[in-house]
Write a protein that binds this ligand. Structure first.
Ligand SMILES: NC(=O)c1ccc[n+]([C@@H]2O[C@H](COP(=O)([O-])OP(=O)(O)OC[C@H]3O[C@@H](n4cnc5c(N)ncnc54)[C@H](O)[C@@H]3O)[C@@H](O)[C@H]2O)c1
Length: 441
């Protein structure tokens, strides 16, 4: 057995250090696609597997569906024959390192839905061969790697830590962030055994140009990811609550945050907004909440933060209505131009976006809502499809108010400033507005 441990680990290590390993990425979404292309850049052969036929067809034609990824990058990877995309899981037979990047949403009752991870693990066990490293990168509750993935993989013929290797390494990609990408963001890795840890550290050291930080087991790595995102959720809730108090007290919350930021230690600025969105901040803390509940702990801070963040769309609508009433001296549901439906600027992801709630509430109050978003053509609110419209002088001039929900850089704010009857900016857009009816959250 001692000889076998060395041989599997050595064989895989050799393939990794010589760049001969083939890497499989399961789930080519906001996380998996950029990761797969980064691995191609490092010289590896990559097989990307996704269940979504439409996405695979686009990739095969060199077309991107993610704002950060250009068609040119995909085209180059395809031309060099370094990147194969498929819906066929049998391709896993010839893969040496498998990275799982599938979704981890919550069920309707707010509890973790890890069925996508289970499906991926079931597919892997069907096709994997010996000397394979399997890495889970999806965000999930502590225990998933060892209590869910490991038993599925053990249904196969191989022993973890001897023939195959299993680790958890959270994905930290920040869509739209041009300063931090896969290659310059430190990686955290936790292995099921020491051999698992060593081999995955070796692998990631060939992918990232920065630190690969090892922890003692997968649970620590799973928990630290939940800490990162819960830290953001709670601090965002704090400034959102602060913004409500500041509004009532007629204090500029943005100026308060800027002033607090001059403290060189012990303070980190967060900004208020219309709520939180995306696949991470509204969801990951619920995984931690659930994990606590399984062990008799009620994470009331997480619950409260969730409530505060979820209250923001209504607060935004209420404030907008107050400004409209003050300006017109009457209450009449007019025409609102909403700028930005994505959950943050310069990306094309509107999953869980608070803009959807704001728009729904405005529509329920009989406002005519026109939505401008250069990254989105169509989206739906309450099962009703809405097409975005191009930004134009006439559109702005005809509106009773412009509501900025996402501060995309591609927007002509100067034109909006000059032509809007009223502007309510929930993002303190980095543009110096001179409009006399300009209000910030
Ligand atoms: N989006 C982010 O900013 C971000 C950042 C860090 C971590 N994460 C985590 O990464 C994971 C993936 O998130 P995402 O935003 O990339 O999701 P996504 O929905 O954009 O992509 C997931 C992809 O997996 C595919 N898929 C689902 N089940 C599959 C299966 N069994 N086999 C193959 N493909 C399958 C889907 O078709 C989809 O293309 C989640 O756990 C998320 O919490 C996301």
């Amino acid at each position: 057995m001692g000889i076998k441990i060395e041989s599997s680990k050595e064989a895989l290590s050799k393939k990794i250090t010589t760049g001969q390993a083939t890497i499989g990425v399961i789930g080519l979404g906001y996380v998996g696609l950029p990761l797969a292309l980064e691995i191609v850049k490092k010289g590896y052969q990559v097989i990307g597997i996704d269940k979504n036929n439409e996405k695979i067809a686009k990739l095969k034609n060199g077309k991107s569906y993610i704002a950060d990824i250009s068609n040119a990058i995909i085209g180059e990877a395809l031309k060099e024959e370094k990147f194969e995309t498929t819906t066929d899981f049998s391709k896993l037979v010839c893969v040496d390192v498998i990275i799982i990047c599938v979704p981890t949403p919550t069920a309707a009752d707010g509890t973790p839905n890890i069925s996508y991870i289970e499906d991926a693990a079931e597919a892997i066990v069907q096709y994997m061969s010996a000397d394979t490293l399997i890495i889970l990168e999806s965000t999930t509750y502590p225990g998933t790697t060892e209590e869910v993935v490991q038993p599925i993989l053990e249904k196969g013929d191989y022993v973890i830590g001897q023939d195959i290797f299993l680790t958890y390494s959270p994905e930290r990609v920040d869509p739209g962030n041009i300063n931090f990408t896969v290659s310059n963001t430190p990686k955290v890795v936790g292995g099921v055994t020491e051999a698992c840890l060593e081999i995955s550290k070796l692998f990631y050291e060939t992918i990232v140009n920065t630190n690969v930080y090892t922890v003692s087991n997968p649970k620590v790595a799973e928990m630290e990811k939940l800490l990162e995102n819960t830290f953001r959720q709670i601090n965002i809730a704090l400034v959102n609550e602060l913004s409500k108090i500041c509004y009532k007290m007629n204090v500029d919350v943005w100026e308060v945050i800027e002033a607090a930021s001059t403290k060189p230690y012990g303070f980190m600025p967060f900004t208020p907004g219309p709520g939180v969105g995306g696949h991470c901040i509204p969801i990951d803390p619920k995984y931690l909440l659930w994990a606590g509940q399984q062990h008799g702990i009620t994470a009331s801070l997480i619950e409260t933060a969730d409530k505060i963040n979820e209250s923001m769309p209504s607060f935004v609508v209420e404030r907008l209505e107050n400004y409209l009433i003050a300006q017109k001296n009457e209450h009449k549901a007019g025409k609102i131009v909403v700028i930005g439906v994505t959950y943050k600027p310069n990306i094309n992801d509107f999953r869980e976006s608070p803009a959807l709630h704001v728009i729904q509430e405005l529509m329920e109050k009989q406002y005519v809502v026109m939505v401008v978003d250069p990254y989105i053509e169509t989206f739906s609110v309450n099962y009703c499809d809405i097409n975005t419209v191009p930004l134009s002088k006439q559109l702005i001039q005809e509106a009773d108010a412009v509501l900025i929900l996402t501060n995309h850089t591609a927007i002509d704010y100067a034109m909006v400033d000059q032509n809007a009857a009223l502007i309510f900016d929930t993002r303190s857009t980095h543009f110096l507005f001179s409009n006399k009816n300009y209000y910030k959250l």
